[in-house]
Write a protein that binds this ligand. Structure first.
Ligand code: ASP
Length: 348
């Protein structure tokens, strides 16, 4: 099992002068978990040259993590990635798209309190993640051959996960997909929710992302200037439109005109809901239907994190805007539920 330390609160200590948490090195972290020696799992470790707060993560770091996994793929049965919680859902989503045909566990975890703190949640997260990464089914195959997030008794599919609390130990949820395992006295796996790849295919990594994307979050009173400024960003190729409810937006002509013009310029606009659960179904209301007509594509039940990273991934792969739009509802790694594709519907 390979443990990859990228940074985050789990390995931080408090700066005595400022009181702020700062990343420390791996030896420090390991010295606080002597229990690791008792695990019946051989754990090798590696770390980023400079551990970082996950607020500083970017696609280059995603590639660095993927590169470590790819280079060590044949030598280890599973991988645990220690990562800050703030952007863990983005990194886990990105990695799930990058590691095509993954057939080994890649478990992301971190903590809300540093591992050196008495009440830390980090120890349990780390030890359970290692156990999950090492777990095998009766046939000897990895129990969870997916990119996952483990946090305080729950195992989630990484690209379905979301950090919902800055305070609670149970900080993550997977609003639109069931947990892959619950950890109590026993680890109970939800086998029918776990994706099992075709093991004959072999890992096929991808490393290209396009960062010419942005979010456009609607709110009552958003001005034409704001929408225009966002959609006029030079080289913009993709937008995650965070709309209301089942994918609704205002029907004012200035707004629809901005959207139409952006789509005509080749910008892919993907509609996700500001609601934490449920999915975008633009055809339910006129306010959504007008978006379909304007050329907006549905993001179904994608989380915002999974949507923006998928957009970056598909654009990075060199797909045309039409292809990217069509692929948004086609699962790459179980990030979106199968729906009747609104994206493939003929324009009205
Ligand atoms: N700011 C930290 C990070 O994301 C928070 C954490 O790890 O929980 O790196």
């Amino acid at each position: 099992m390979l443990l990859i330390y990228t940074g985050g609160t789990i390995g931080m200590v408090q700066n005595p002068k400022t009181g702020a948490h700062e990343p420390l090195n791996f030896e420090h972290l390991m010295s606080h978990v002597p229990e690791l020696a008792e695990l019946k799992v051989a754990v090798s470790t590696t770390q980023f040259c400079k551990p970082i707060d996950s607020s500083n993560m970017n696609p280059q770091h995603w590639c660095d993590i993927a590169r470590i996994i790819v280079d060590n793929y044949d030598s280890y049965e599973g991988f645990v990635v220690l990562h800050g919680t703030d952007t863990m859902a983005y990194t886990a989503s990105a990695l799930s798209y990058m590691l095509e045909n993954l057939d080994k566990p890649v478990i992301f975890t971190g903590s809300q309190l540093p591992i050196g703190v008495l009440r830390t949640d980090g120890k349990e997260n780390l030890i359970s993640s290692i156990e999950i990464a090492a777990a095998r089914d009766r046939a000897g195959f990895p129990m969870v051959p997916e990119v996952c997030v483990y946090f305080q008794t729950y195992l989630f599919r990484g690209n379905r996960s979301k950090k919902l609390s800055a305070e609670e130990f149970k900080a993550f949820r997977s609003p639109n997909y069931p947990q892959l395992a619950n950890i109590g006295v026993h680890i109970s796996y939800a086998h029918h929710h776990i994706h099992h790849p075709d093991r004959t295919l072999g890992l096929r990594p991808h490393f290209d992302f396009c960062s010419d994307v942005t979010f456009l979050k609607l709110f009552p009173g958003i001005t034409p200037q704001t929408v225009h400024a966002i959609l006029s960003i030079p080289n913009l190729k993709g937008v995650v439109l965070e709309s209301y409810g089942a994918g609704n937006a205002m029907t004012e002509e200035w707004f629809l005109q901005e959207i139409r013009e952006a789509v005509a310029r080749g910008i892919v606009i993907v509609n996700v809901s500001q609601c934490a659960t449920g999915m975008v179904e633009m055809s339910i209301y006129d306010t959504g239907n007008q978006l379909i007509e304007a050329g907006v594509v549905s993001g179904g039940d994608l989380t915002a994190e999974a949507a923006v990273t998928k957009l970056m991934f598909l654009l990075g792969e060199g797909h045309t805007p039409k292809q990217v739009g069509d692929l948004m509802l086609v699962p790459i790694a179980g990030e979106v539920s199968p729906t009747q594709s609104e994206n493939l519907k003929p324009r009205l």
